[in-house]
Ligand binder design. Sequence first.
Ligand SMILES: [Zn+2]
Length: 235
Amino acid sequence: MNRRDFLCTAGAAGALFAAGRFSRHTAADARSAAPGERAQIAITLDLEMSRNFPTWETTHWDYEKGNLDADTKAYSVEAARRVREKGGVIHFFCVGRVLEQENVDWLKRLAADGHKIGNHTYDHVYVLAKKPEEVQFRFTRAPWLMRGKAPADVIADNIRMTTEALKTRAGIDAAGFRTPGGFSTGLEGREDVQRILLDQGFTWCSSKYPPHANSKEGERPKQDVFDDIVKKQAA
Ligand SMILES: [Zn+2]
């Protein structure tokens, strides 16, 4: 399957600053646009819990990626507010399990304010997994949750459940798909995974994250970092 059939876009990290293009969708448009025209910048944020917080040893959240705590929700809502205030929107990618929580009004409000909410699987599963133990920490600890199914079926279910959860609980139509974790070559060479997404109605996904120059911790990124990010996205 080539790129014309299925578009795997750049930017699987928290925020993508790829001036000039958001995805391969728009690459042609970006190239034809005259210099000085509006830049295409996508701000994205994954709605999930992060490993190593609040302390480095903490791995608890690997098992509850979608059980967002109050701080994480507040951060997401505030980020959305600030971007909205400047006339933009955030493209969020949501781990489905958060929709089991008692209150999902904050998520509904994000969507109502015009922000996009995409599918980030139900449990933050590794979509390239071929062995059961590779699917996700939760399933390694509690393998019975897989009901003896093959990894590909568990992954397909995990994606489908998230679309259903967003729709059923929050009335949100999933805006695209992002793979948990980014891959330097996206989903190239994994037609089986592309097929899972196509079968569920997705025509693009965010999965590509090429390695690039980075700033030192706590330092503002310099121009060479931005330049390298743009260069690596184009490669
Ligand atoms: Zn993620």
